[in-house]
Design a protein around this ligand. Structure first.
Ligand code: PAF
Length: 285
């Protein structure tokens, strides 16, 4: 089925109003396009949980802190629409910039605390851009449920906090990271990797898994961290923004996973910034 494409807020509101009036629940999957199987797993989760599903594609200028990154971001709308056909979603919302940020737009949504670390510390303003656009997409779509990948775990936490703090009545649902066969977490940015860089990219997840295994045997994190960073550099990564063990509850740094924890990493490979995070089983030995 060809997916109906809506480009204006007026058209979107007309659709969502009639769905809500018929008592139907609405799910939204916010994306920046360049859809891969990770996104499609979110669409499948939304289809299973909601009567109506909207996928949004908006390459949000406010969340890019480098204009070259915004310019290089892959844009593949026609192919994205084709990939969605088999899911029979109810709308693909692809707004122009003025539908999200109309002339004179002056509001910034900023979530405190948890945005000071990890990607927040390395990409100034990034999470304000995310929180602002997602707040807009939540209110524009009036969705009952919203689906986000755990691949961007900090983003998921920020979005949850924002929706709670602003009393936006949406249930924010996190879905597991989908990986390529060689372990690389799926990401639209993987399209930017050269063939050569692509062969090296799985090293990030490999180093992370090795660290998680040793944490499970009682090793302290610090030595594992240095070894993993050295391993990444030896494999051709040109910089590691962070490789950290943090609490799932509040992103506090941890030395041992004595509480629910995740290992977070961001590293540069051939000019592309890859991020990943994995669950670390609690070890109380
Ligand atoms: O994860 C993304 O693709 C983006 O950050 C999001 C949530 C669509 C907001 O622009």
């Amino acid at each position: 089925m060809t997916t109906p494409v809506l480009r204006t807020l007026t058209a979107l509101r007309a659709a969502t109003r009639s769905w809500h009036m018929s008592g139907e629940t609405i799910g939204v999957v916010p994306t920046m396009g360049a859809l891969h199987d990770g996104h499609l797993s979110l669409v499948a989760a939304a289809k299973a949980a909601c009567d109506r599903v909207i996928v949004t594609i908006f390459v949000n200028p406010k969340q890019f802190n480098q204009s070259s990154d915004l310019d290089n971001y892959p844009r593949t709308e026609a192919e994205d629409a084709r990939k969605l056909e088999r899911f029979a979603v109810d709308a693909l919302y692809v707004p122009e910039v003025d539908q999200i940020y109309p002339e004179g737009f002056a509001t910034n949504v900023s979530v405190g605390g948890m945005t000071d670390v990890l990607c927040g510390a390395h990409r100034p303003g990034h999470f304000d851009g995310v929180a602002t656009v997602v707040a807009k997409l939540f209110t524009q779509t009036a969705a009952d449920k919203a689906f986000f990948g755990e691949k961007d775990f900090q983003q998921l936490m920020v979005v949850r906090r924002m929706a709670r703090d602003l009393d936006i009545p949406v249930d924010v649902i996190g879905c597991p990271t989908i990986r390529e066969e060689d372990g690389l977490a799926m990401s639209s940015r993987n399209l930017l990797l050269s063939d050569r860089a692509r062969t090296k990219a799985p090293r990030l997840a490999m180093e992370m898994e090795a660290v998680v295994r040793e944490l499970g045997q009682g090793a302290a994190f610090q030595a594992l961290q240095s070894r993993a960073i050295a391993g990444l550099e030896a494999a051709g990564f040109t910089g590691v923004d962070y490789f950290e063990l943090r609490s799932c509850a509040d992103l506090r740094l941890l030395e041992r996973p004595a509480e629910p924890a995740r290992l977070f990493a961001a590293a540069w490979l051939a000019g592309v910034r890859l991020i990943d995070n994995i669950d670390v089983p609690v070890f109380s030995g």
